[in-house]
Ligand binder design. Structure first.
Ligand SMILES: Nc1nc2c(c(=O)[nH]1)N[C@H]1C(S)=C(S)[C@@H](COP(=O)(O)O)O[C@H]1N2
Ligand SMILES: [Mo]
Length: 245
């Protein structure tokens, strides 16, 4: 017998009782249905995005949104190949961090070949490498009350020059495929793709994958950041905050 969140498997039949996803009277499920249900609802957000083989990578991976922040500060950092760049980690953390690219490269690394899906309707497969966000958050130590991780970017987008930012919750922050990538297709990230560091949050749409990440902030609430909807596109165009694929 398995009991998890009200799911009870007895012999060949399964009784589902008192689960929020299924209101009304208890439902009888086959063992196969029960298995599928467990996969989807219990592993749901923790499931891995599909990974691909090297030869499945797209020959061309377009850039989208900002292709170069082109501010004096960013240009100065880029001119020095980001040797003076530091990732700031702050907010609700026990130990604020300032990490160089060399330090990020010396942490345990994860590499993954995944498909990027842009909400505008194009996709591309590429290889990404960097430390897991979890590794950095453990170094910094999240304080009580931290619920979201906000990524502040170097670029200001559009004619109104609104700073790009994004945010994710702790489920995605600790997801094994959520990494801060400094390499793409085995080369340092190019400026078009977000140099020196971008987020990969593989279960979500392209706009969540913040490029040009300068600062990471742990917060209790998204109110007071930008217009409070959790991201640049969420604020200005009503995109979903959770851009699940
Ligand atoms: N800082 C920043 N991050 C960003 C964007 C942007 O304009 N600025 N565009 C987003 C969108 S809509 C997509 S689809 C991807 C594009 O990533 P790419 O340029 O590497 O293809 O970056 C996302 N992250
Ligand atoms: Mo996108």
């Amino acid at each position: 017998m398995i009991t998890r969140r009200g799911l009870i498997v007895t012999g060949g039949a399964t009784l589902l009782a008192g689960c929020d996803a299924w209101s009304g009277s208890p439902v009888l499920l086959s063992a196969e249905d029960a298995h599928r249900y467990l996969q989807r609802s219990i592993n749901g957000r923790a499931a891995l995005a599909r990974e691909f083989r090297p030869e499945q990578r797209s020959p061309r991976f377009r850039t989208n949104g900002t292709a170069n922040p082109n501010t004096p500060e960013y240009n100065a950092l880029a001119a020095n190949r980001f040797a003076d760049w530091r990732l700031q980690v702050g907010g609700l953390v026990a130990r604020p961090l300032s990490l160089s690219l060399a330090q990020l490269r010396s942490l345990p690394q994860r590499a993954q070949i995944t498909r990027h899906d842009c909400v505008e309707g194009w996709s591309a497969i590429g290889k990404w490498q960097g430390p897991r966000l979890e590794t950095i958050l453990r170094l910094a130590g999240l304080r009580d009350g931290a619920r979201y991780i906000v990524f502040h970017c170097a670029d200001a987008f559009g004619q109104r020059r609104i700073p790009y930012y994004e945010s994710i919750d702790l489920v995605d922050a600790f997801h094994p495929q959520t990494i801060l990538a400094w390499a793409m297709n085995d080369a340092p990230l190019g400026i078009g793709h977000g140099a020196p560091l971008r987020l990969r949050v593989e279960r979500q749409l392209g706009y969540k994958h913040a490029k040009y990440v300068m600062r990471i902030e742990a917060v209790a609430s998204l109110a007071g950041i930008g217009r409070g909807k959790g991201g640049f596109w969420e604020d200005i165009a009503g995109y979903e905050w959770y851009g699940g694929i």
